[in-house]
Design a protein around this ligand. Structure first.
Ligand code: SIN
Length: 275
């Protein structure tokens, strides 16, 4: 096995693991790597839909997205499509997947099917490191606080994704979570708010909450907390959605003379209630 770190903050590209093998032994290796690096990447993984699902099931029950329709006969797989004529794509801007759910996603396994010749990278940020490096005064203010997360943070964009179908449920989904959560497997503290879905800190007035969240969001986007993955077709990313934020860069749209298609298959695994 060969491991290449993607940055000093998080992320590793792994060579020498076959994702078709969903044995307990192979899964343990993958999960250990995931807990260590928070996001792991594998190239040239020609896995079938069934192998993709089998691998995901090793992490836990599969999750159906609340408002995006899954693939026909595979409701757990969201096909993320950016059409060549679209400017925006699903997942642009910093977020942790479905943090507005009562039990947000534990991990995601994303497989690339079609990748533009340039652009369309995904960036990840390490929220354990974000908590460790956060300003001491801000830490004291938010340590025992909760915040409201709302799906409306993305619904604004979702109606523009003509290539992707909703399932008719684009209502507001909203939940309250601790701003600092504890990772259920490593016991590490994690800064658990995000630019897309977190709307208000409970117990602070709106202005104070907005000012504090702005500072925290800026901190989470610090480049020294991030890594960036350049996709090739048939690559797979697995991220620990509890301890990273991610951002799918939509920099390949027609207005730039770069109207390319990008297609990914995404399977999410059910998480637990943050505490
Ligand atoms: C997502 O935000 O779940 C999608 C990430 C990507 O397409 O790179």
């Amino acid at each position: 096995m060969d491991i290449k770190l993607l940055s000093g903050a998080l992320g590793a590209e792994v060579n020498g693991i076959n994702l078709k093998d969903s044995s307990d032994k192979n899964f343990k290796k993958i999960n250990d790597l995931l807990l260590e690096h928070k996001v792991i990447f594998f190239r040239n993984q020609n896995i079938t839909t069934e192998e993709h699902k089998a691998l995901a099931r090793k992490f836990g029950p599969l999750e159906n997205h609340v408002y995006v329709k899954g693939r026909e006969n595979h409701p757990e797989i969201v096909r993320i499509i950016k059409d060549p004529n679209e400017k925006n794509q699903w997942g642009e801007n910093w977020h942790s997947d479905v943090s507005y759910n009562e039990k947000p996603t534990k991990a995601v396994i994303l497989k690339s099917l079609k990748i533009p010749p340039v652009g369309g990278d995904t960036v990840f940020s390490n929220m354990e490191l974000a908590w460790e490096t956060l300003d001491k005064n801000i830490k004291e203010k938010i340590n025992d606080k909760k915040a409201v997360h709302s799906s409306l943070g993305a619904a604004f964009f979702v109606k523009d994704y003509k290539a992707m179908e909703g399932n008719g449920n684009i209502n507001e989904y909203s939940n309250t979570h601790p701003i600092v959560r504890t990772h259920p497997e490593t016991d590490k503290k994690i800064l658990y708010v995000n630019w897309t879905y977190t709307k208000q800190i409970i117990g602070l007035d709106k202005l104070e909450s907005d000012e504090l969240l702005k500072k925290i969001f800026e901190h989470q986007a610090r480049l020294d907390l991030t890594c960036r993955f350049k996709w090739t077709e048939n690559a797979v990313a697995i991220w620990d959605n509890r301890s990273v934020l991610h951002y799918a860069i939509a920099d390949f749209f027609p207005g730039r003379g770069l109207g390319y298609e990008r297609v990914m298959d995404r399977i999410a695994i059910e998480g637990d209630r943050p505490h």
